[in-house]
Design a protein around this ligand. Structure first.
Ligand SMILES: O=P(O)(O)OC[C@H](O)CO
Length: 446
């Protein structure tokens, strides 16, 4: 099956006078493909949660049952981001990314139109597991594309701008659902409306994306930008074997292990705050459902300026030191989390500002860890390196955000839950500190 995804063969190089214009045009086009493509993936990542109130009300499921079904996404996504990353590093992203989106949309159409899909927790778990697996086919081909089309000195900028695609897509789920409800007066619109949009996105991604520059007759980006990473030679343009990627560039990469562990705790905070915000705000701060939805929306969209600022600061202020930037943002997000916890009920503005600040500050470290992973491996192994951090973030952090957080709040109250979240911030900082001395050279000095 994987032969279908085989990397595109290199073509004869274009005449010199066409190189610059072709590179410029294709970089815009390809960026549009991976940005809109990844935003499309996020339309189908969390849309199940919008259908949950209806599944509870009309089909009698409990929160616990639906939470269990939802955990399938985090588990399979974490595994897939890594394992499909390994496949993606040896695949043509132009086929790989749209294919995953089509599978994900297929699952959502089943949810939308087949009554048996929501007939049991097992069935929902299986379908969501397949969806999570297909979702893992979005990040690695985007990463592979960025490291092949943008040189090292441009990468901080391009990765941070691309990274906001997931906030854009995640933030659009709610409005799309409202449009679907308006048009069809059917809560299953939570499934089939974003799936229909995702189909269009898959076609767009296929039309705009390309594999390597060499596959369209262009020189490698290092040559075009005269920007060579340390130790670069012709072998960097050859596809690696799976074993080579896994053993040489992943397992033996100490710095990658450190950021992967840091990612467990970054993701515990990311999802620990996001997933529990509606419950916490309603139970403790007495928010109405409307205010809770707005708070959720603010959290996601606050990540857009926050990520851009973090990427900019990482290059310009911290001079390419991704670890130090991550530590500063994690220290600030710890403060915002303490405010969110200790602010007494009755001050909703303070809660909103705290939640906005957490969203603003947490997506920077989320992006930096992905960027750092891309920088820690040669470009033919970059998707796997980022997938490796995702494996830890989802199987460790996201699963703990649901299970450990739920258990802690049940047994020790919300104070216990917040001690867990603050502990996660401190542990993320602890794992990032040893990376401070692994300094990246700032963009424009490379
Ligand atoms: O959590 P992920 O795997 O969807 O990644 C989100 C961001 O793009 C991380 O850089």
């Amino acid at each position: 099956m994987f032969a279908f995804f085989r990397p595109a063969p290199h073509r004869e190089t274009l005449p010199d006078e066409q190189i610059d214009s072709t590179y410029r045009r294709l970089r815009w086009q390809i960026f549009a493909g991976i940005f809109i493509g990844y935003a499309g993936y996020y339309l189908l990542r969390k849309n199940f949660s919008l259908a949950m109130p209806f599944l509870i009300e009309e089909e009698g499921y409990t929160r616990g049952q639906l939470g269990l079904a939802m955990s399938a996404i985090a588990i399979s996504y974490g595994l897939s981001k890594f394992l499909m990353g390994l496949v993606s590093d040896r695949s043509n992203p132009r086929y790989f990314l749209p294919f995953g989106l089509l599978v994900s949309a297929g699952v959502m159409f089943v949810f939308g139109f087949a009554p048996w899909a929501t007939s049991s927790v097992t069935m929902m778990f299986i379908l969501l597991f397949i969806n999570g697996w297909a979702q893992g086919m979005g990040w690695p081909p985007s990463g592979r594309t960025m490291v092949h089309w943008w040189s090292q000195k441009e990468r901080g900028g391009v990765v941070s701008v691309w990274n906001v695609a997931h906030n854009v897509g995640g933030g659009l789920i709610g409005p799309l659902f409202l449009v679907g409800m308006g048009l069809f007066n059917d809560w299953h619109a939570a499934f089939y409306v974003p799936a229909a949009v995702a189909l269009l996105v898959a076609v767009f991604a296929f039309m705009t994306m390309r594999d390597t520059p060499q596959s369209v007759g262009l020189p490698p980006i290092e040559q075009y930008k005269n920007d060579y990473p340390e130790g670069y030679d012709a072998s960097h343009e050859k596809e690696f074997s799976t074993k080579e990627i896994f053993v040489k560039y992943i397992l033996r990469n100490k710095m990658l292990w450190l950021i992967a562990f840091a990612n467990v705790f970054v993701y515990l905070l990311r999802y620990g705050v996001l997933d529990w915000a509606p419950t916490y705000l309603k139970e403790v701060k007495h928010f109405t459902v409307d205010s809770t939805s707005w708070a959720y929306f603010f959290y996601e969209w606050a990540g857009i300026p926050g990520t851009l600022l973090c990427g900019w600061m990482s290059d310009k202020v911290f001079r390419g030191n991704r670890g130090l930037t991550g530590v500063v943002f994690m220290a600030l997000v710890t403060v915002a989390t303490v405010v969110y916890w200790l602010n007494p009920p009755g001050n909703p503005i303070v809660d909103m500002v705290a939640l906005f600040s957490i969203g603003f500050l947490i997506y920077g470290p989320v992006m930096l860890i992905g960027l750092h992973a891309l920088e820690l491996a040669p470009k033919k192994a970059a998707g796997t390196a980022a997938g490796f951090t995702g494996l830890f973030g989802y199987l460790g952090g996201s699963v703990a955000a649901s299970a450990a957080m739920g258990y802690t709040v049940d047994h020790f109250g919300w104070d216990g839950g917040f001690v867990l979240l603050i502990g996660a911030c401190l542990l993320a900082i602890a794992f990032l500190i040893p990376t401070l001395w692994h300094k990246q050279i700032p963009s424009e000095e490379r």
